[in-house]
Design a binder for this molecule. Sequence first.
Ligand code: IPD
Ligand code: CA
Ligand code: CA
Length: 266
Amino acid sequence: MQGHLTIAVRAARRAGDLIVRSMKSNRPVDVVSKEWNELVTEVDMRAEEDIKETIRRSYPDHAFLAEESGQSGDSDFVWIIDPLDGTTNFIHKFPIFAVSIALQVRGQLEVGVIYDPLRQELFTAVRGAGAHLDDRRIRVSGTTHLKDTLIGTGFPYRENVKHMDAYLAMLKTVVENVSGVRRPGAAAIDLAYVAAGRFDGFWELGLKPWDIAAGALLIQEAGGIISSVRGDSNYMETGHVIAGSPKIHQALSALLHPLLPATLKR
Ligand code: IPD
Ligand code: CA
Ligand code: CA
């Protein structure tokens, strides 16, 4: 899978450079779709096309599941792409966003790359070969007590606003039981930070496969656990996610589980 990783890294770096050039150019960003909390810019579209083109040059037969262009192709090899995770941040020049690229082979995540182009931090994982930040091996946090943890989260939007009351109850409990809670605004960064031990844990309701795929492999390869909020491995399908080191994943699950509405327990 090292060859696939090399291509994913090339694609992520190219897209990241394109995003940063666009941000620094000071040209007004053309917002293509302005649905509430579903902003898409021409930069998201251009970055996605560039990533797909880079991958196609090496793997013309592979399939894609990409945020802006959806599903295409028919292959055992599926590239799952979020070309710009954190679009709202990007539009506001709030400096937290990333490119996320994963490769799934016959339904199993094999390669994951998350690239933060402003800090030039490259998070990579290959199944069975560990997780890395640049050239250094990363591990999930060793914090053992919930009260000492820094926890990441994201707010529910769109069809998930129906879970808002349950989410706010979860947020209250977490704030009351941990050292700090952060909402950076880019799920791929949140998951990469769990893998790197910067966050001890994370939860969010209503993510999409392209928000999760690369980060999930990073966390697993860094010795952590990612699951759906009810504890099964269906997190890519439900998008309702809890992640962390094994200890903190367990503690956070125990805290959140009683607050799950019946619809999320099923
Ligand atoms: C969003 C970010 C955000 C999360 C949203 C996602 P986008 O992705 O990851 O942190 O809370 O659910 O949609 O739209 O910026 O790629
Ligand atoms: Ca996203
Ligand atoms: Ca996106």
